[in-house]
Design a protein. Structure first.
Length: 94
């Protein structure tokens, strides 16, 4: 199971509070080919009814992760932390 830190959950909730997503949309952890930005993963806006799990923060679903991706990231940690490039999400796979 992917571990999502409180810092990451807090930032995801902050992002959701600043966006006006349609009721059938949600933030979702994605990898290529769905994710087309820099790096090996990203967070995209996608349909909320996908197979997988919803990660909550303070009772609010803040992130979806598909079952297929869950299997690939079994021992991963999604975090939000400061880096030399500024604050950003990181995904450490162990």
């Amino acid at each position: 199971m992917v571990t999502v830190t409180d810092e990451a959950r807090r930032e995801l909730k902050r992002i959701l509070e600043t966006r006006s997503l349609q009721a059938d949309k949600a933030l979702k952890l994605a990898m290529p080919p769905v994710w087309t930005g820099e790096g090996d993963f990203g967070i995209v806006i996608d349909e909320s009814g996908t197979d997988g799990i919803a990660i909550d923060f303070e009772g609010t679903p803040v992130l979806l992760i598909d079952n297929e991706l869950l299997e690939q990231l079994e021992n991963a940690v999604l975090d939000f932390k400061d880096s030399s490039e500024g604050p950003k999400f990181t995904l450490d796979i162990f």
